[in-house]
Write a protein that binds this ligand. Structure first.
Ligand SMILES: *[C@@H]1O[C@H](CO)[C@@H](O)[C@H](O)[C@H]1NC(C)=O
Ligand SMILES: *[C@@H]1O[C@H](CO)[C@@H](O)[C@H](O)[C@H]1NC(C)=O
Ligand SMILES: *[C@@H]1O[C@H](CO)[C@@H](O)[C@H](O)[C@H]1NC(C)=O
Ligand SMILES: *[C@@H]1O[C@H](CO)[C@@H](O)[C@H](O)[C@H]1NC(C)=O
Ligand SMILES: *[C@@H]1O[C@H](CO)[C@@H](O)[C@H](O)[C@H]1NC(C)=O
Ligand SMILES: *[C@@H]1O[C@H](CO)[C@@H](O)[C@H](O)[C@H]1NC(C)=O
Ligand SMILES: *[C@@H]1O[C@H](CO)[C@@H](O)[C@H](O)[C@H]1NC(C)=O
Ligand SMILES: *[C@@H]1O[C@H](CO)[C@@H](O)[C@H](O)[C@H]1NC(C)=O
Ligand SMILES: *[C@@H]1O[C@H](CO)[C@@H](O)[C@H](O)[C@H]1NC(C)=O
Length: 649
């Protein structure tokens, strides 16, 4: 038995020799296989509830059972002789009915869901059917007949699983070799043989995701260091600079707000792919800003155009409620009386999409659309607005506005706020022989149709801001520099692409898309979508200056420059033909960050019904591992007859 360990230590960790068969019996040494790439469901709290998942403080353990058939479910929930079970399942079984049966059973110790790219689930939305139901504009004093989605259930596929409180841990696992190891462990030890129960030793799994916070936000905020408000930053910019050091009403400033949201979520902690749900709107607005910028500098429209990307909208409109609150308190660079109108971009993915709500803005957009390859449709006037940041403006003041979306009534999106709302769902597939750089340059159907939408948005904004009609034709979302397919690629497929990495020198993106879950912004995460949008926006609407690095940090010393009006970024610049290092330079931009922390935590009113009260519990350990147990007391033993793994010994 000891020799097994010695043999293992001499084995090089190459793919084929990573695992070695172990023979013999009654080995006392503990051997665990730690599982990598796991993402837990964590506990979130609001004014009145806790939702999510947790394990006990020392982790929850159970005999592993792979859920593949209805009979397996029966085994887990009633007939199997070795409860509690740790359930390993493919995503197709991760449904509300199954999860609720497990929730109501004492025989389930936890669940691990295999998140594979190839699993095609017809539809899945763990979000609610009426998102942000209580924090939008419709309530007793405003359109009570439209409250609670009474006119339209926006997300009819929503099963609210993300809002359940599970008493056991639930993890997402990447589908890779380790799931094969788990299956093998299960097959070798836990499979029923001709209907009879398997014998010890059995393969077991242990999940650690103990959460410090309990009950609700009011309770956890009273105790130090157990939960934190969800918070990050909104990103805003304007085509004419606004003095950011002067707060409150600005005479002579009338702005058309162009808005999109930044965040999304899924059932699992920081996975939130949100391709149609969020990214479609982000890239459309970024491309529109880029298309608009040159024309607005040459022929400024009468009104200013104010771009804003709101964070935390998924969680009862954190970002927009904060900006509106700050505007109302004269703590923002403009106030509500400076707002002329609002154009918000919601989910926009197919080319036929209707327009929502009100006023002559619609006529402007219609007249622009008639010149483009975009068909517009207007919903009935009695229809409510879909969940949108604009509702938070309407909640305090009547302001004209529209929400652009690809759905006339209920969402078209079949994967709203789930981990399947991905690039693949938008049919963003690339010929397999393309290199990453070629993929970035490759135009997909999604990028073509969003480019049309971006042009529509850009021209409508210019027209709405009182720009010269004859120049509209010059505003076209670009197929060149900041092309929409590059944006889509960067935001949905790979953020460490050759373009993004040149933006600010401080940005060091990781593989994969940015993070769309709002998080706590404590680690100033370089993965956060906020930073990507900030820097892409700076690129799209900024000016390259001749300031050197020191001047870039202290531009106030340079005549003509002002930190009140602009922010300054030192950017690495694109690599030149004969050098991988870029030529760095200083970019002057109006792009700024503004706190996206709910006013409930400023006031503070942790029990607020007006503002978002969502907090995230703190935790110490997130871990998952499998091992063999020798007895019903779950005594740990070596993975007998199975394979022990080199780096665990
Ligand atoms: C808190 O969340 C729960 C679960 O989604 C919901 O039922 C409840 O209404 C929310 N409370 C408030 C005050 O919004
Ligand atoms: C997983 O297994 C396959 C086939 O055995 C192998 O090609 C691949 O490199 C392995 N991946 C990792 C991460 O070990
Ligand atoms: C299962 O049952 C079949 C037929 O009854 C028998 O041939 C087979 O040997 C059994 N397998 C085991 C492992 O007992
Ligand atoms: C911006 O506003 C502040 C406060 O009103 C003022 O002191 C400053 O001079 C202004 N800056 C510019 C460039 O106008
Ligand atoms: C508008 O609403 C009416 C009454 O509910 C309905 O008959 C009509 O079909 C709706 N029109 C559209 C375009 O949806
Ligand atoms: C993706 O392609 C399928 C099949 O061609 C089509 O039905 C679907 O509408 C497309 N999705 C989008 C978002 O364009
Ligand atoms: C960035 O992307 C390349 C693929 O082009 C990959 O090889 C590399 O590991 C990635 N870097 C990081 C830090 O993720
Ligand atoms: C934006 O990025 C492109 C490509 O790297 C670069 O050529 C351009 O100068 C950048 N513009 C600004 C204002 O940073
Ligand atoms: C890069 O190449 C250009 C022209 O090919 C040349 O003028 C320049 O000096 C080169 N730069 C470096 C750092 O070698």
């Amino acid at each position: 038995m000891i020799c097994c360990v010695q043999v293992l230590l001499r084995v090089k960790p190459s793919v084929n020799s990573l695992y070695l068969d172990v023979s013999g019996s009654s080995v006392e040494q503990k051997i665990y296989i730690e599982l990598k790439n796991t993402v837990p469901c964590v506990r979130l709290l609001n004014a009145t509830h806790q939702i999510g998942c947790q394990s006990s403080i020392s982790g929850d353990t159970g005999v592993l059972h792979v859920l593949e058939t209805e009979a397996d479910l029966d085994w887990i929930l009633s007939t199997g002789p070795h409860p509690p079970y740790m359930v390993l399942m493919e995503a197709t079984f991760f449904t509300r009915p199954t999860m609720m049966r497990m929730k109501n059973s004492t025989r389930v110790a936890g669940v691990a869901v295999i998140n594979s790219n190839t699993t095609a689930v017809e539809s899945f939305s763990p979000h609610t059917s009426c998102p942000n139901q209580n924090t939008g504009v419709y309530r007793e004093d405003y359109g009570p007949d439209l409250a609670n989605c009474s006119s339209t259930v926006w997300n009819p596929l929503g099963n609210s699983m993300s809002y359940e409180d599970f008493t056991f841990p639930i993890f997402s696992l990447k589908d890779d070799n380790q799931t094969q190891v788990m299956r093998k462990c299960y097959e070798d030890h836990n499979m029923r043989v001709n209907g009879s129960a398997p014998q010890y030793p059995l393969c077991a799994m242990q999940l650690f995701s103990h959460m410090h916070a309990v009950t609700d936000t009011v309770t956890c905020m009273r105790r130090a260091e157990v939960c934190d408000p969800l918070s990050d930053f909104n990103v805003w910019a304007s085509i004419r600079p606004i003095n950011a050091s002067a707060k409150g009403h600005k005479n002579n400033e009338s702005v058309v707000i162009a808005a999109a949201r930044l965040d999304g979520r899924s059932f699992f902690w920081d996975i939130g792919t949100s391709a149609e749900g969020t990214v479609s709107g982000i890239v459309t607005l970024l491309a529109a800003a880029h298309a608009l910028y040159p024309v607005t500098q040459e022929a400024p429209p009468v009104r200013n155009i104010f771009f804003t990307f709101f964070q935390g909208e998924t969680f009862d409109y954190i970002g927009s409620s904060r900006m509106v609150y700050d505007m109302k308190q004269d703590k923002f660079v403009i106030n509500l009386d400076n707002v002329h109108s609002v154009l918000e971009i919601g989910q926009v993915c197919t080319t036929t999409f209707p327009l929502f709500q009100v006023i002559n803005l619609v006529d402007n957009i219609k007249s622009v659309a008639s010149t483009l390859n975009v068909s517009l449709d207007e919903p009935n006037t009695t229809q409510a607005l879909p969940p949108s940041s604009f509702q938070r403006f309407l909640r305090v003041q009547p302001i004209p506005g529209v929400v652009l979306a690809d759905h006339k009534s209920s969402f078209i999106n079949r994967y709203y706020e789930s981990l399947y709302d991905t690039a693949a769902y938008l049919n963003m597939t690339y010929p397999s022989d393309l290199s990453p750089e070629e993929q970035m340059e490759y135009e997909t159907e999604a990028s073509k149709s969003l480019t049309e939408v971006a042009t529509l948005v850009a021209r409508s904004l210019y027209k709405q801001a009182g720009g010269n009609d004859r120049l509209l034709i010059n505003i076209t979302a670009d197929a060149k520099m900041v092309s929409l397919h590059m944006l889509l690629y960067g935001f949905l497929v790979r953020s460490n692409n050759s373009w993004f990495i040149t933006l600010p020198s401080l940005l060091s993106p990781e593989s994969g898309p940015p993070q769309y879950y709002i998080g706590l912004r404590q680690d100033n995460s370089v993965k956060s979508v906020t930073r990507f949008v900030q820097f892409v926006m700076a690129n799209a609407t900024g000016t390259v200056t001749s300031l050197n690095q020191i001047q870039c940090q202290n531009p106030n010393d340079v005549p003509g420059e002002s930190k009140d009006l602009y922010s300054y970024h030192w950017v690495s610049g694109p690599p030149s033909a004969n050098s991988t290092e870029g030529d760095p330079y200083c970019v002057r931009t109006s792009v700024r960050l503004a706190k996206a922390l709910s006013p409930a935590f400023e006031l503070p009113e942790y029990g607020s019904r007006e503002y978002s009260t969502w907090t995230e519990s703190r935790w110490k350990t997130i871990r998952a591992r499998i091992f063999l147990v020798a007895s019903p007391q779950l005594e740990v033993m070596v993975l007998l007859g199975f394979r022990c793994r080199l780096d665990e010994v």
